[in-house]
Design a protein around this ligand. Structure first.
Ligand code: THU
Length: 138
């Protein structure tokens, strides 16, 4: 993806990160999901006292977009860091979020991460090879 679009998505993820509710880990994450029609949905992580009830920023963004009728996605930008710190290191999506991405996204879906001033771009196929898929249910 061109750098301008990647920077725009990362900035939206940074903004969304302010909405995190993470009193247990104190780790604030933001995500911005680009739909194929150009719309952008954002999310932040929302934790729970049960711990297991926490939901990652990526899944908040994806479920929000899906609930609004979107089914086709191009890219997601993710930033994360402890509360009050600028996100300077890459924050890779967890395995659970990668699997949820693979429900809706092709293997060329782009995952945009900030690494200091550099931008790192991966594909879902690179981060989740051999995904469990519905073919395997038959
Ligand atoms: N988290 C995310 O929201 N996305 C990631 O990619 C990694 C982890 C959240 C889950 C939990 O609220 C906190 O970060 C610490 O794991």
């Amino acid at each position: 993806m061109d750098r301008k679009k990647a920077v725009e998505l990362l900035n939206k993820a940074k903004e969304a990160r302010n909405g995190a509710y993470a009193p247990y880990s104190n780790f604030y994450v933001g995500a911005a999901l680009l739909c194929s029609d150009g719309e952008i949905y954002t999310g932040a992580n929302v934790e729970n006292v049960s711990y297991g009830g926490a939901i990652c920023a990526e899944r908040v963004a994806i479920t929000n977009a899906v609930a609004h009728g979107h089914r086709s996605f191009e890219a997601i930008a993710i930033v994360g860091a402890p509360k009050g710190q600028a996100p300077t290191h890459t924050c890779v999506p967890c395995g659970f979020c990668r699997q949820v991405m693979s429900e809706f996204c092709a293997s060329d879906f782009k995952i945009i991460l900030a690494d200091g001033n550099d931008i790192k771009e991966y594909t879902l196929g690179e981060l989740l090879p051999h995904a469990f898929s519905s073919d395997m249910l038959n």
